[in-house]
Design a binder for this molecule. Sequence first.
Ligand code: CA
Length: 154
Amino acid sequence: MIYSVLIIEDDEGIQTYLKELLLDNGYNVMTASDGITGLKIIKKSVPDLVLLDLGLPDMSGESVCAQIKKDVPDLRIIMLTARDTPHDIIQGLNLGADDYLTKPYATKELIARIRLHCAVMRSRKLWPTRLLISETWQFIRIAMKYVSVMKSWI
Ligand code: CA
């Protein structure tokens, strides 16, 4: 299963690094260098996960996060930032970020967290299908019971 990740990061070096890291690990990657572009991309094609830098040129990462959660509440967001005080982390999580990693982060930890969040996102997307299957199965069982009752009458 191929997951898609949107990187919203204005630092070209970091953006390229993250993009290559994710491509190497088998992800589809979309990139945006500012918040407005990032939000436009999400409206066109919803990714499984967003990696969001807090220090963006056009709007704050906090407002981007809040807007994403308004547009697509289920979309998972990992905030990546150099701000690492407990106050910053709590604020990020309060805004609806699902995770928070402070720079410099260990590559392996980042990949492990990305994998986890993508899997959660996908299992949520699959949930309605699973529900439908279990309902169909229940219907078949009831129908079979009905048939066997009918047979006993004949
Ligand atoms: Ca930045």
